[in-house]
Design a protein around this ligand. Structure first.
Ligand SMILES: Cc1ncc(COP(=O)(O)O)c(C=O)c1O
Length: 375
């Protein structure tokens, strides 16, 4: 493979680097963590392992029976939009479905940002907002949440640090990844109301929390709400996300989106999964109950500080040893967490996904073991 590339290079006078964009200026963009082979308890990516695999298998069989992969899917996932619209009680023309939540983030940036414009991000938060903005040739106005344990918005500070005209897009993630808190609703609404541009509110984890802003879409024509089916709905591997907004915004977004961008199996499976309302209620109950149990147990461990969560994960600070050291030892025990220490206000923090009781217990046991015997 390497040899072939060399041969190809030697036959052209073109310096390839002159013709390819370099949005990260020589540094690498977002790189997902590698999953070591020894991992038996994968609890770093907020996937929903509580969704019964047997039910998912049945639904996949039904998908296989009903789709014909030889033909294109619906161009803009109309049937899925219809179902999502019914579940949120809004018009299907207000919905755009894409290939995962990350594709929706990318689409929102492409809709709003041109070279010379900025996205406002309030750190620590989900890194793909920054990634998508840079890929589009935009810059960042990077501000901060209040420090731990609140991690909340400060609207006065945010509004006084933006440049109207240049800052065209504000990303807010509520509940926020990685901190796990849902922002104070009145502060969030102040920002949506006062920001002189588009506000993209990421509600990927709102189903685990206290409120959603979907019912307020008509009040705020500058609001886009983004959702993903990767987390609660157990479809991380199938890549489906969507957003809700005014019809004007949604129709402009579809103009930017390649038709047929969501494959036929994912469109169909998403519909079947969204119909499983009984399973949804059981899953919410289980995950929230387990989250509270785990949080209480983690509070009893003197070497860490867990932060209150309104999601399916918990961020915690390691007090007696660097998070990196603990993370490494956890990997040796087959438990994969996510190290968040590189983010502002997140020194020495790790993030654990709430999954099944067995996994949660395995995590607790491994963590206690590492802290008591190996640090
Ligand atoms: C806040 C947030 N938004 C969006 C996404 C993207 O989800 P998807 O897997 O659908 O691309 C994630 C995934 O981690 C996330 O945490």
């Amino acid at each position: 493979m390497k040899k072939d590339q060399n041969i190809r290079q030697s036959k052209t006078k073109i310096n390839v680097k002159e013709f390819i964009n370099d949005p990260f200026k020589g540094k690498t963009g977002f790189m997902p963590d590698e999953v070591p082979e020894s991992i038996s308890t994968r609890i770093g990516l907020n996937e929903n392992l509580v969704f019964p695999k047997e039910i998912m298998d049945q639904l996949l069989l039904e998908v296989a029976k009903t789709i014909d992969p030889r033909v294109y899917p619906e161009d803009y996932s109309q049937s899925l939009c219809q179902l999502i619209a019914e579940q949120h009680d809004i018009n299907p023309n207000q919905i755009v479905v894409g290939n995962g939540g990350d594709k929706i983030i990318d689409l929102v940036v492409r809709l709003t940002i041109k070279c010379g414009n900025s996205s406002v991000i309030i750190r620590p938060t989900y890194p793909m907002y920054e990634h998508a903005t840079k890929v589009q040739g935009g810059t960042l106005t990077s501000l901060l949440l209040t420090p731990s344990p609140e991690f909340d918005l400060n609207p006065d500070y945010i509004l006084s640090n933006i440049t109207p005209g240049k800052d065209r897009l504000l990303f807010l993630c509520s509940p926020n990844n990685p901190t796990g808190n849902q922002f104070d609703r009145s502060k969030l609404e102040t920002l949506i109301q006062e920001f002189p541009g588009i506000v993209a509110l990421d509600e990927t984890y709102a189903i685990f929390a206290d409120y959603s802003m979907v019912a307020s879409l008509d009040t705020y024509p500058n609001l886009i709400i983004m959702k993903s089916l990767s987390k609660f709905y157990g479809m991380a591997g199938m890549r489906v996300g969507y957003c809700l907004s005014s019809e004007i915004i949604a129709s402009r977004m579809k103009e930017l989106l390649p038709a047929f961008n969501v494959n036929i199996a994912s469109q169909k499976l998403a519909q079947l999964v969204l119909h499983q309302t009984k399973v949804h209620q059981q899953m919410i109950d289980t995950i929230v109950q387990e989250r509270e149990r785990l949080y209480n147990e983690m509070q009893k461990i003197s070497e860490i500080t867990p932060y209150k969560s309104y999601t399916n994960f918990i961020l915690f600070k390691t007090l007696k040893a660097p998070a990196q050291t603990i993370n490494k030892k956890m990997i040796e025990k087959g438990v994969l967490l996510r190290n968040m220490s590189g983010m502002p206000h997140c020194d020495n923090t790790l993030r654990v996904t709430i999954t099944t009781k067995e996994n949660n217990d395995r995590f607790l046991k491994a963590l206690k073991n590492v802290l008591e015997k190996e640090i």
